[in-house]
Design a protein around this ligand. Structure first.
Ligand code: NAP
Length: 345
């Protein structure tokens, strides 16, 4: 177990800004995860589980807590004629797992290509893209349950998966995700009904590998390049609104695409469309942060930005959207205030 003090969080998050962690512990085994949790408890410090840092805005200054990185690696694969099963450690790269599954000819994860971050973070957030969600293929999650003080295996049905949501996101102080198992099919078919993919393939029937490449190309054309920009991708979630609000929006903006959510009778609003086409906020800059030029939902921080710059921009955008449309934006990114996780900007 490696215990680091005053560790810069800018080096551990894709926003690449923010202050330090009083303690950061890299735990390479389950025993080390437990020891790291005990270390925090003995000092009455809060614990923050940190994966790939792709969905977190670290605070400025020093966070008085223990940032615990469950560095559980390893990828095990089992296959039969019909299916391929992968058990992946929480610290494995999500996109690495997708790449491997595509190379193995296993269908299911290809639409989730090129999403940054770790397997653990992907499970917590139940990542989704282009009509697919991680939870459709996850079978089992191995966790350390801090309440029970032991390792437990949760089947998918016990994970309370929802749209970008899970039991792990709802109870961040209870579970540490250690490993996840996915079962994929050898006999899949392309899921390219989503507009960006449909247009990209223009009537052809792509192979599994072509879908991965297509998704990578689409995302590279739209989302900021993490090698060049400090960002956590989409900063806000796309909001759901009731039928009355949806109808009123449609009347004001007939071209606005709206997506009904069958299970909830609500409607999903692609907020980037409103930010861009109505409010003209693509590329909008406030201080040392801006809305990305090609996808206004993503906030990009300058190299010398502070977390407060990003929060100020997020507040500004939240206010403008509320004033113009009566919609309350909620960050998808975890906003740290010290060592406390919030969704308040
Ligand atoms: P987009 O394609 O511009 O879509 C914007 C919004 O419209 C999303 O909420 C999307 O729902 C919805 N939408 C578009 N086509 C739809 C359809 N045919 N049926 C139902 N809903 C539809 O989104 P983008 O910003 O370029 O992102 C591309 C994909 O990556 C999206 O699926 C987005 O959700 C995903 N993404 C995921 C994360 C994450 O997991 N944290 C972060 C960034 C982007 P869906 O969100 O359900 O697709």
């Amino acid at each position: 177990m490696r215990i680091l003090e005053h560790e810069p969080l800018s080096a551990r998050t894709t926003f690449r800004i923010g202050g330090t962690a009083r303690f950061l512990i890299e735990a390479a085994t389950l025993e080390e995860v437990v020891a790291g949790l005990s270390f925090a408890e003995a000092r009455s410090l809060p614990t923050v589980i940190l994966g790939g840092g792709a969905n977190m805005l670290a605070d400025d200054g020093e966070a008085e807590g223990v940032f615990l990185v469950p560095n559980i690696s390893g990828l095990r694969m089992q296959a039969d004629d019909a299916s391929v099963t992968y058990a992946a450690g929480a610290a494995e790269s999500w996109d690495g797992l997708v790449a491997l599954s595509v190379a193995d000819g296993a269908w299911g994860l290809e639409n989730l290509s090129a999403i940054p971050g770790s397997v653990g973070g992907a499970v917590v957030q139940n990542i989704g893209a282009y009509g697919a969600a991680l939870s459709q293929h996850l079978t089992l999650v191995e966790v350390f349950d801090r309440e029970a003080g032991r390792i437990t295996e949760l089947p998918a049905a016990a994970c309370a998966f929802g749209y970008r949501d899970s039991i792990f996101k709802a109870h961040p102080d209870r579970y540490v995700v250690l490993r996840a198992t996915f079962t994929l099919s050898r006999a899949g078919s392309p899921g390219i009904a989503y507009r960006d993919l449909r247009e990209h393939f223009a009537g052809s029937v792509p192979s599994l590998g072509a879908i991965r490449e297509g998704v990578r190309t689409i995302r590279a054309g739209k989302f900021p390049d993490l090698a060049r920009e400090g960002t956590a991708g989409s900063f806000f979630g796309n909001p759901s609104v009731d039928a009355g609000t949806a109808a009123a929006l449609k009347e004001r903006y007939p071209e606005l695409p709206l997506y009904p959510i069958p299970e909830s009778r609500e409607t999903k609003v692609p907020i980037a469309w409103l930010l861009d086409r109505v409010l003209g906020l693509r590329g909008y800059r406030l201080g040392r942060a801006r809305l990305f030029e090609r996808q206004a939902l993503a906030i990009v921080a300058d190299r010398d930005a502070r977390a407060s710059d990003v929060r100020a921009l997020a507040r500004d955008v939240t206010d403008r959207v509320h004033d113009a449309f009566g919609i309350l934006l909620v960050p998808e990114v975890v906003i740290m205030r010290g060592a406390r996780m919030t969704s308040d900007v």
